[in-house]
Write a protein that binds this ligand. Structure first.
Ligand SMILES: [Mn+2]
Length: 360
């Protein structure tokens, strides 16, 4: 098992690669979508939460990430003594109509195929994604964690309809909200599953050929609906449905222990055991949490309801050889709140992994 660090787009700097290495990480997971552009946030060095208008502006629909920039990123990561394990999340400007089954779907499928081929050519083995219409929305921020540390949680359901122009909690059409042009009709759960099925069938053969694995994050937050839109994996058993849709070994999980622990059903240790046994974990998001949706709160890694060391033990026992990254972490009171929170989580995880390595 390898320790990694996830870095947002604006954090992909030599200094942060060195920080990751110093904190014991050997791998990096990189976000290339800029979640913060034009949005309202407490600060750019924290996970995005945003407003009813989402996080911010999506990227340029006509400009995909190039093979050159992907290769350069991998080389920069390697120059700091690390490996680039995955890119996390597609830009809604590039694939939003796959989620909405909109008029540009065919073009967006070609976009995804192109991006996957470029990852393969650039030597990046995993593409993490979150197949969700409303995206990561409906979370609140507060001093929820130990010592009044700022973290994220939920204070109840969030079903305010999505305005036109918003997909995956980002603005893909900046003029649509200004026109007050109505809201996006709600899909059904069946429709969303069929959109995922079509997506996997279209894209997985290309991923196999490119040597890239697709890794699906469960819903965050894991509610049956957010903004009146259905969600896919909001209970642990629904993850099985994803594997059963398409048996390709490129069909994998961005296995988020925190999101799975927030779900109202299932025992987290059984869930970790069930899916790691099937060798479907592309990479792991690790964090801790208190309570369940719609009222959970994110905690420090040693302080929630999940015995994180037990989770690591199950992963080890089932032969997981991939990368584990801290997911979100509470902000710590100092000059570098995000970095301190990550260093704390990384140190805890490193100790957990080291103690297991000795057990063969
Ligand atoms: Mn996660």
């Amino acid at each position: 098992m390898n320790l990694g660090l996830g870095l947002y787009r604006h954090m992909l700097t030599r200094e942060n690669f060195q920080f990751a290495r110093q904190a014991g990480a050997t791998h990096v997971v990189a976000h290339l979508v800029d979640y913060f552009k034009g949005g309202t946030h407490a600060g750019p060095d924290d996970q995005p939460t945003g407003t009813d208008w989402g996080w911010g502006l999506a990227g340029d629909p006509d400009r995909l990430w190039t093979q050159e920039e992907l290769t350069e990123l991998r080389r920069n990561v390697e120059a700091a003594g690390l490996k680039l394990e995955a890119i996390e999340n597609f830009d809604p400007a590039h694939w939003g109509d796959i989620l909405l089954d909109g008029p540009r779907r065919a073009r967006h499928i070609e976009n995804v195929k192109t991006i996957i081929r470029r990852l393969g050519q650039a030597g990046i083995p995993i593409m993490g994604y979150n197949f969700s219409i409303a995206g990561v929305a409906g979370r609140t921020k507060g001093n929820y964690a130990r010592g009044d540390a700022p973290s994220v949680g939920m204070e109840g359901p969030y079903d305010l309809p999505m305005p036109n122009g918003l997909v995956w909690n980002m603005v893909v059409d900046p003029t649509a909200p200004l026109r007050e042009s109505g809201t996006i009709p709600s899909a059904t759960h069946e429709q969303l599953w069929s959109r995922l099925q079509r997506f996997l069938d279209d894209v997985l053969p290309v991923a196999e050929e490119a040597g890239v694995r697709l890794a699906l994050h469960p819903d965050d937050p894991p509610m049956p609906t957010i903004r009146g839109q259905p969600r896919l994996v909001y209970q642990p058993s629904l993850y099985q449905k994803v594997i059963d849709l398409n048996p390709s070994l490129a069909n994998q999980f961005e296995f988020c222990v925190g999101s799975l622990a927030e779900m109202t059903e299932g025992n987290i240790y059984d869930v970790v055991d069930r899916y790691s046994r099937q060798q479907r974990l592309g990479y792991v998001h690790l964090r801790n949490v208190r309570d369940k949706v719609p009222h959970y709160k994110e905690t420090f890694i040693d302080d929630g309801e999940v015995d994180v060391l037990r989770v690591l033990g199950i992963l080890k026992r089932n032969g997981f050889k991939g990368v584990i990254i801290p997911d979100h972490a509470p902000q710590m009171s100092c000059a570098a709140p995000w970095h301190a929170g990550m260093a704390y989580a990384l140190g805890f995880m490193k100790a957990g992994i080291m103690s297991l390595e000795g057990q063969g």
